[in-house]
Design a binder for this molecule. Structure first.
Ligand code: ATP
Ligand code: MG
Length: 468
């Protein structure tokens, strides 16, 4: 029989808690949300808009094995197992540290941060390392003060590789999380103007990303993007803590070198050099930015002595997901349009990347490239300039028509030549109407904006208008 994730005794020992009720049931998972809790989970009540303790009884109704609690709660039955601690989040962190400590000595622990591409890179790491060993990573983008400890605390003790996404909105947030993860390999995908509202400069963002090196184990490796403007700064900060640097990118001296990226079908094909080895692999998720992220994954496979070829093959099995580049053919009168749904979120870097991917879709007299873009939020004082600055990418990608919604996007509208101006409106509803009216069969339509800009409404409007 495989060992459980946690025994009650282990949880008590790691958290210093006091157990009330039977201590026999095995804990097979951890949950902070009774909407998704599974039977056998340990329930950890966190406090957000509501105190999670209010949901403890519900957790037991759904089969929780035990719950961490810091106050008295109503129980559905007398034999429910409670572990009394002074604070459930702190106890979750204790479990996280114990989960990290008990990993096999030859397990590789990888932390990923960066302004964009963390989740995509985490998913690629999971696919590649799963091809060469037992691997743990969170299913979602769990990268904050509870997401990282939750992902750590749910790491099975016998994995060969464990992968953790670490995010931040403010300086100082990465340090404690990086120390908790204590990775042997720390990846920084790239540094870009994202969440700029909370920083005085992009350089400050780079410094905050460099906090990940404080968590590196002695002799650890920093995997860095050689093509990023902040590469030397990050390399310097990594070297200061005696980390070894492995770089990736197109730069001539990058350790994992991108030799060539070509569009292949709706994805891409990468040729790269790692040390003395040439490797090539297919990617079903399109874009040279994805190829760049994949190089970081190759670097991690290489640095941890895994079979790079075998790992890299797994990359072709990953597909773009809804809101993050998923493609869909929708019926319109006289034919179909291809919709690229990027509506989940946006910032200047990911907007440029998505426009470039749209520019890679072949066009002809029947196929126009339409970009439907909504405001990018949280960009602070430079926001208007960062919106206007997208005009270059629109031109490079040879976009035929651009439809824009939101007050900041008006600045981009003003920059565009008349021929590419589809329409601008303050409200996404108005822009959706304009897009629906303008569609021709054969068009390819890319929809992107910050979540708060509600660009998914445009996709819904196209579906509503033309579905039978
Ligand atoms: N290296 C890159 N350069 C530019 N854009 C990128 C890069 N990597 C990913 N992206 C784009 O950035 C967006 C976010 O990707 P992803 O979810 O992987 O990032 P994240 O860092 O996890 O974001 P979050 O902070 O929301 O967790 C997607 O639209 C993706 O296509
Ligand atoms: Mg993420």
């Amino acid at each position: 029989m495989t060992e459980p994730l946690w025994t009650i005794d282990e949880i008590v020992k790691a958290t210093g808690g006091r157990v009330k009720g039977p201590a026999t049931r095995a804990v097979t998972g951890i949950s902070i949300d009774t909407r998704t809790i599974q039977s056998g989970d340990l329930f950890v009540p966190l406090s957000d808009k509501r105190d999670g303790h209010d949901f403890v009884a519900g957790a037991f109704d759904k089969g929780a094995a035990a719950a961490l609690v810091s106050r008295n709660v109503q129980l559905p039955n007398a034999d429910a197992t409670l572990i009394r601690v002074s604070d459930p989040l702190t106890a979750l962190e204790d479990l996280a540290r114990e989960a990290r400590r008990r990993l096999k000595p030859d397990a590789v622990v990888i932390a990923v941060t960066g302004s964009v591409g963390k989740t995509g890179t985490k998913d690629m790491l999971r696919a590649c390392f799963s091809a060469v060993g037992k691997t743990h990573a969170a299913a979602k983008s769990f990268n904050n003060h509870w997401g990282v400890p939750l992902t750590l605390a749910t790491t099975p003790r016998d994995v060969d590789a464990a992968i953790y996404e670490i995010g931040m909105n403010h300086p100082g947030e990465i340090t404690p999380l990086a120390k908790m993860v204590s990775p042997q390999i720390a990846i920084i995908t790239t540094v870009e103007p994202v969440h700029l509202e909370f920083f005085s400069s992009v350089e400050q963002i780079a410094e905050a990303k460099a906090e990940i090196f404080y968590g590196l184990e002695p002799g650890g490796i920093a995997v860095l993007n050689a093509d990023n403007a902040y590469f030397s700064l990050l390399r310097d900060r990594a070297t200061r803590v005696n980390a070894q640097v492995l770089s990736f990118g197109r730069a001539a001296d990058a350790d994992v070198h991108l030799d060539d990226y070509t569009v292949q079908g709706s994805g891409g094909h990468v040729s790269a050099t790692v040390g003395d080895h040439d490797i090539s692999y297919a990617l079903e998720i399109p874009g040279v930015h994805v190829a760049q992220n994949s190089l970081a994954v190759i670097a991690a496979l290489h640095a941890s002595g895994r079979d790079v070829m075998k790992g890299a093959k797994a990359l072709s099995g990953l597909k773009p997901v809804a809101g993050r580049g998923a493609r869909e053919l929708l019926k319109v009168p006289g034919g179909e349009v291809l919709v690229i749904d990027e509506s989940y979120n946006a910032n200047p870097a990911s907007m440029r990347a998505a426009l470039s991917v749209l520019g890679d879709v072949p066009r002809d007299e029947h196929r126009r490239r339409l970009a439907i873009l909504g405001d990018m939020l949280e960009l602070g004082a430079d926001s208007d300039a960062l919106h206007a600055g997208l005009s270059e990418s629109v031109e490079t990608a040879a976009i035929d028509l651009v439809f824009l919604s939101g007050p900041h996007m008006q600045k981009l509208f003003e920059q565009l030549p008349d021929a590419t101006r589809g329409a601008w409106a303050n409200d996404v509803e108005d822009i959706a109407d304009a897009v629906v009216a303008a569609l021709h069969p054969g068009d390819v339509v890319m929809i992107k904006g910050s979540l708060g800009s509600r660009m998914a409404h445009v996709l819904a409007a196209i579906r509503n208008k033309f579905s039978d």
